[in-house]
Design a protein around this ligand. Sequence first.
Ligand SMILES: [Zn+2]
Length: 315
Amino acid sequence: MKIIHILLLGLLCCTSSVAVTAQQYMANEVARGDDNSWSVEDLGEGVYLFRWWPGFYVSAFVVGDGEVLAVDPVSRDVAPLYRAAIASVTSAPITKIVYSHDHRDHIVGADVLSPEAEIYAHPGTLASLERRGDTDVPKPDVLVNNGDTIDIAGRSVGVHYFGPNHGDSNIALSMTTGSGELLVFVDTLEIGIVPYRTLPDTNVQGYIASLQQAAKLDVDWVLGGHSGPGPAVWIDNYLNYFLDMEKALIKAEAETIEPPSASVEDVIAQGERYTDAVIAKAVDYLRPTYGHWSGFEAWAPLNAQTVRMYIIIGN
Ligand SMILES: [Zn+2]
């Protein structure tokens, strides 16, 4: 049964030789918590989405023949809801949990979600847990890397690692749904939303390189950790956003005059005024193309601060 309905818009456009397609996700909700704090959507082929509404989190889980793989427990408070959500669509036990990356706001609570599950993660996630000494995050049992496959009794999840991006341990996961291939790229792709604030823990150059590699994958849909699914064009949208921001900042920098300063205090004060002017101008350049994305006015200037630092210092 097709559970993601695809709308093809402009496919028959007669004035252009290029067919423009846009797919729109239509949720097939199959379960909801009594307090409306969570819901489950069925994507077909054993792939489901758990949404925790109060915090706008979304995690995919895959139901195989007698076992379940769950991506990211989210938190100690959310994990029991996630467990109940999975139990609402299958009686199979959660045997596998995958940590998408090392950030604590996605991976605390695996022992609550399923104490018996085998935990999968990138070696970078294990390295972070050991470096930080996190005692409330069970360590991964199985380390996975680019090209690996995780089997879930009759189904499989592909593992992709493109190097550092939103963090340095992010793996993207590919899985087959009833409407094509889905790429889960938590926090690295968020559909219709500007990247979060000052891009904490982000390697900007690696982010761009990762998106370039992800764009080569043959996938139909993408899912973040807070939004989606959306059509795979969102890989290109994010890539173009970063490339356009780089260009906008370089242009704005060239067009903005920084007056000479007479003292250290003056250097700092003038420098901050100059930076504010460059950022504002760069965001103005981006607004016609990206201004309709959620969070643009609040976060694009903060994104620009970090991308400008990357341009200046090279990292
Ligand atoms: Zn993160």
